[in-house]
Design a protein around this ligand. Structure first.
Ligand code: HEM
Length: 112
């Protein structure tokens, strides 16, 4: 019997099965349940070095585990955790650098 592809019941409200499945297909090691559609208010709750998210270009990244690996240093994130860091990000990097770190991507902003 062919396996049915069901929407993930633990996906956050607003996350469509289509986006979750697309991500699952692109990176099977990533837990699909974390991928979602987030508001700026939700992102703002993750503003510490122990639990830090940023927004870049409408996408939401959990950088907590990346902070100590960031070539530009950990402390440069101090002012942008929990916020939209697009301006700061594009000052120092090109978009394609983000695609090198698919594990950091956890979702998208609800406005896009
Ligand atoms: C998910 C987010 C980010 C990723 C994946 C990332 C990745 C990287 C990488 C790979 C480099 C090495 C240099 C290069 O390849 O060009 C770098 C350097 C750097 N990053 Fe980031 N970065 C992120 C976010 C940020 C943010 C939000 C800031 C500023 C607030 C920042 C500031 C810098 C700076 C200042 C450098 C050093 C540039 C230089 O030496 O010329 N980064 N980053």
């Amino acid at each position: 019997m062919a396996a049915a592809v069901l929407p993930n019941p633990s996906a956050p409200p607003g996350a469509t099965p289509a986006t979750a499945l697309k991500l699952a297909a692109s990176n099977s090691k990533k837990p699909v349940s974390k991928y979602g559609v987030y508001s700026r208010e939700e992102v703002a709750k993750h503003s510490s070095f122990e639990d830090g998210w940023i927004i870049v270009d409408g996408r939401v990244f959990d950088v907590t585990k990346f902070l100590n690996l960031h070539p530009g240093g950990k402390h440069i994130f101090a002012d942008v955790l929990g916020k939209d860091a697009s301006e700061q990000y594009f000052r120092f990097h090109e978009t394609r650098q983000l695609d090198k770190y698919p594990k950091l991507l956890i979702g998208e902003l609800d406005e896009f």
